[in-house]
Ligand binder design. Structure first.
Ligand code: GLU
Length: 477
């Protein structure tokens, strides 16, 4: 038995919007790492930004985690329910001399920074309220609610071996005395007004400590925060987790993937007809590799994912590759499952279909051509919703040469058994009696019945429709 502590990872989204793809990716890495080691995965909701956090966003995050199948062993834990704990830790730190109250007003701090700029200095908190042996602090101004600042070590370096980026070192001189607890914003009642609200860098440390987190995977926009966090861990005498900072995801223009440049939420891809296993597979590869493997199940990933082979440079979001991955999983998906997804998709278009066996047959027939469930529903929709063939398609395929054949096909179809073999026979008899070839007749039938000139085998496609629909649409010939 190893005496290493059990692996415990977490994902800690802020509920200020949907679950971002970047967060979903680090959630996947954290989850897979815990599962790989037989450890635990925690979901924490970092809701201390009172003005921007919403219950709706919490729900979206929970739904997206559920949809992706990223199950957590603990949580959701809400930071706003832990205010007493942050308050207590801040008080302990004040008593221990690793934190202090600062009464500087925002105006005063503005003036301080202004003066620093005027002197050509980099702006920083000048430590005016930081206690030091022999130092006299300013008199406490009346009516000013203090913040609590962390007394960052003044010298030395913060170093860590990042699981993704390798060795990182930052001089403590570069780091300010961070605010760790501040009075609640106006209008916030309850515990927050009595206990104050922690800042991200403080709450994250208290939580990672309390929750026994051993490995932190997160986006590299937090690299600059990590030195503060490490110093706070040390000040608390808490064990340090290992950190792995994953590079941002770039859009196809080489800039950070953001809302302005297309869909960035898990929900948007769910709505657009992507399968969760495809998202997981694609997100896994976006910043991590296992040899040349491109298509693998999440179980396979869990076996492989040991924290190595995480990419150091940013990956580019590639919609075409995602569509390719999704097409693979659509092809592999059970038709009965696709039928339900198509049913739900059609329902969003106001098309209610309760014939699941029919949707199953349609899925089986069309899925090879589709990269999303939305496309599958586009194909399937033609069975239920009138089609509007384009004028050019009609002109190109429904010609005078085939019209008589279409009419006699219609007559034949009115009378035959409605199954693939018999429909095929009706088609062949029509061809023979009109001396036509299938490539002349089939596209015309497709355009009229399906609204498009290309489909899977026409006899198989026709069986999906009720006979009367086919006859009605051929009437247009
Ligand atoms: N709430 C932070 C975020 O969503 C968490 C960062 C972290 O994992 O430490 O970016």
């Amino acid at each position: 038995m190893s005496d290493m502590p059990e692996v415990r990872t977490r994902i800690a989204p802020s509920p200020t919007g949907f679950l971002h793809l970047g967060t979903a990716r680090t959630a996947l890495y954290s989850w897979a790492y815990a599962r790989h080691h037989g450890g635990q995965f925690v979901l924490r909701i970092e809701d201390t930004d009172v003005a921007r956090s919403t219950q709706d966003s919490v729900q979206q995050i929970l739904d997206s985690m559920h949809w992706l199948g990223l199950d957590y062993d603990e949580g959701p834990i809400y930071q706003m329910q832990r205010l007493a704990r942050y308050h207590a830790v801040a008080e302990q730190m004040i008593a221990a001399g690793t934190a202090y109250r600062c009464y500087a007003t925002p105006e005063e701090l503005d003036a301080m920074r202004e003066a620093q700029r005027a002197r050509g200095e980099k702006t920083h908190y000048d430590g005016r309220w930081r206690p030091a042996p022999g130092k006299t602090l300013p008199p406490v101004p009346p009516g000013v609610q203090p913040v609590v600042r962390f007394a960052n070590p003044p010298h030395g370096h913060v170093r860590w071996d990042d699981l993704v980026k390798g060795a990182i070192s930052i001089g403590n001189e570069e780091i300010d005395d961070l605010i760790i607890l501040r009075p609640a914003p106006e209008g916030v009642a309850g515990d927050a007004s009595a206990l104050g609200v922690p800042t991200y860098n403080f709450a994250v440390v208290v939580d990672d400590w309390d929750m026994g987190i051993t490995h932190v995977f997160r986006g590299d926009e937090h690299i600059n925060n990590t030195p503060w966090q490490i110093n706070i861990f040390r000040a608390l005498g808490a064990p340090l987790p290992a950190f792995g900072h994953c590079p941002i995801i770039l859009g196809d223009d080489g800039l950070k993937l953001s809302k302005r440049r297309g869909a960035v939420s898990v929900t948007a891809y769910q709505d657009a007809g992507y399968l969760p296993e495809a998202m997981l597979n694609y997100l896994a590869r976006l910043g991590w590799s296992h040899g040349d493997d491109e298509l693998f199940s999440v179980e396979q990933m869990v076996q492989w994912f040991d924290g190595s082979h995480l990419a150091r440079s940013p990956a580019q979001w590639d919609p075409a590759k995602l569509a390719w991955v999704n097409a693979h999983y659509i092809k592999a998906a059970a038709d009965s499952r696709l039928a339900l997804l198509v049913q739900a998709q059609l329902a969003t278009r106001g098309v209610a279909v309760d014939d699941l066996p029919l949707l199953e047959r349609a899925s089986a027939l069309f899925k090879d051509r589709c990269s999303t469930v939305v496309e599958l529903a586009d194909w399937t929709g033609m069975i239920f919703v009138p089609v509007e063939p384009a004028a050019e398609e009609l002109a190109a395929h429904v010609t005078e040469a085939v019209r008589p054949a279409l009419r006699s096909l219609r007559d034949r179809l009115a009378a035959v058994d409605w199954d693939k073999a018999t429909i095929a026979m009706a088609l062949n008899e029509t061809l023979a009696s009109h001396q036509l070839k299938m490539p002349q007749l089939a596209p015309a039938v497709r355009v009229l019945v399906c609204g498009r000139a290309q489909t899977p085998s026409i006899d198989a496609v026709l069986t999906l429709f009720p006979r009367h629909t086919v006859l009605e649409r051929l009437q247009g010939a």
